[in-house]
Design a protein around this ligand. Structure first.
Ligand SMILES: *Cc1c(COP(=O)(O)O)cnc(C)c1O
Length: 462
């Protein structure tokens, strides 16, 4: 029995899988400020038209341009591991597999979409990309991608992370990215905030506003904005993960997984692994598919499915999604990448349909699982990823109680070597569990007042 399943370079997928083509209830369109569906042209100042076309595509399979496959080949196909040492420690009859996305140069799944987005922008004649980053993972992935393609990259990094996580900034600079703390003096949005609150720690919402402003105000027309999660085309680019995993499970002799797990912030690494299996499920396969979120930021498990903005400054269109309200200020848990108020519309619609069944886990349970994983399998996973590890362990224990040989696969979305202060805080007893209090949630949901209602479309089959 092999504990690692590698694919050859020819096995790197030649097409991405688009779940929008197969959802039994069609996606509802994004809406403009007037409540009417937005036209693709309205997105043109922000994104290049070739990506806008992907964003609205209903094609099931979309060809991956050969130059993008060549970029992905720098680290893909990624290995699928069998977690035999974890299985032994748990004494479970379950077979646990994990797809190792930490092998990318930036250390997570994010370069899968970063190289694709950079390539499409370059094709469209764009010279410079702007973006925001919270913990720094997306900023480093995009800086890496831009350095391969030959684009300038400017990253607005939330001030508090900029100060607390200096090494992510160094990674960005090493790849030629320019990283500025947000709010900055470089945009009107930034200057306005600094005037009123010179000592603000910043927020993802402010950083998004700055990055969009910097893109749309470039008079040369050669700057666009790039987003690392949430949008349909980002989910699409990540499906190489699940398409490879399907081949690898077959090589391992597994007919199908029983349980598929991914942590969910904006939804992209989960979607990347899960959507090809959601397709199998739509076609009759019996698979439990679980996105896992923090109990402190319970977007899918507690928040409603509504039309909401993707950012606090309301610069994005209204999107149909699970949302805690665009003004939600997340508590400072250590899984920085899971602290987003919304959820990808495609992931949200799959949850509404019942094709996927979200769960929330407490921070301490996640770190405990991450330590067990590190001591058995060896790898120190990202705090975000620890949510998937904790759910896999929970399901493996359940399989033991029921004496069932379940096949479990989870996405190891990234390593945690740049996030060791979270581990340090856990091991020195400084972390605590935190469920979002109902009254705080009710208050943040006030931001949804006046938004058009999103239809709860479901067939009732799942
Ligand atoms: C950014 C990030 C996440 C969360 O983002 P998604 O879009 O939900 O995948 C999860 N894990 C890692 C390692 C990340 O860098």
């Amino acid at each position: 029995m092999s504990t690692k399943i590698f694919l050859s370079e020819e096995d790197l997928p030649k097409q991405w899988y688009n779940l929008a083509a197969d959802l039994p209830t069609p996606m509802q369109p994004p809406l403009g400020p007037d409540g009417n569906p937005i036209s693709p042209e309205m997105l043109a100042p922000v994104f290049p038209m070739n990506l806008v076309e992907q964003e609205v595509s209903q094609e099931r399979w979309i060809d991956i341009p050969e130059p993008i496959r060549e970029l992905l080949l720098r680290w893909r196909p990624s290995p699928l591991h069998r977690a035999v040492h974890l299985e032994k420690a748990l004494g479970t009859p379950a077979r646990i597999y994990y797809k190792n996305e930490s092998v990318s140069p930036a250390g997570s799944h994010k370069p899968n979409t970063a190289v694709a987005q950079a390539w499409y922008n370059k094709e469209f004649g764009i010279k410079r990309l702007t973006t925001e980053t919270g913990a720094g993972q997306w900023g480093s992935a995009l800086s890496f991608a831009c350095s391969l393609i030959g684009l300038e990259c400017k990253v607005f990094m939330v001030r508090i992370s900029f100060d607390q996580k200096p090494f992510r900034k160094v990674m960005m600079q090493t790849w030629g990215g320019r990283c500025v703390p947000s709010p900055s003096e470089e945009t009107q949005a930034g200057r306005d905030i600094l005037d009123k609150h010179p000592d603000t720690p910043g927020s993802l919402g402010i950083a998004i506003s700055e990055a969009i402003e910097a893109a749309v105000t470039d008079e040369s027309g050669q700057t666009r904005y790039s987003l690392g999660s949430v949008l349909n085309h980002v989910m699409l680019h990540q499906t190489v993960i699940g398409l490879e995993a399907q081949k690898q499970l077959a090589v391992a002799g597994e007919k199908k997984p029983d349980i598929v797990i991914g942590c969910a912030g904006g939804g992209s690494n989960f979607a990347g692994l899960a959507f090809p299996f959601v397709n199998d499920k739509i076609n009759g396969a019996d698979i439990e598919i679980i996105p896992v979120e923090p109990a402190s930021c319970p977007t899918m498990t507690r928040a409603p499915f509504v039309y909401d903005h993707g950012d606090i400054a309301k610069m994005t269109p209204l999107m149909p999604m699970h949302s805690l309200g665009h003004a939600f200020v997340p508590p400072p848990i250590h899984a920085g990448g899971l602290r987003y108020h919304g959820m990808a519309p495609l992931v949200s619609q799959a949850a509404v349909e019942g094709l996927i069944t979200p769960e929330a886990i407490q921070q301490l349970d996640c770190y405990e699982a991450a330590l067990l994983f590190a001591k058995t399998e060896g790898m120190i996973v990202a705090p975000e990823t620890s949510h998937a590890v904790a759910m896999a362990i929970q399901k493996a224990k359940q399989a033991k109680e029921e004496a069932k040989e379940k096949v479990i696969i989870f996405n190891l979305s990234g390593h945690g070597l740049m996030d060791l202060n979270g581990y340090d805080a856990f091991m020195s007893g400084k972390l605590f569990n935190y469920s979002l209090p109902q009254e705080d949630m009710d208050e943040s949901l006030q931001a949804l007042k006046g938004h058009p209602a999103a239809e709860i479309g479901k067939t009732g089959k799942w």
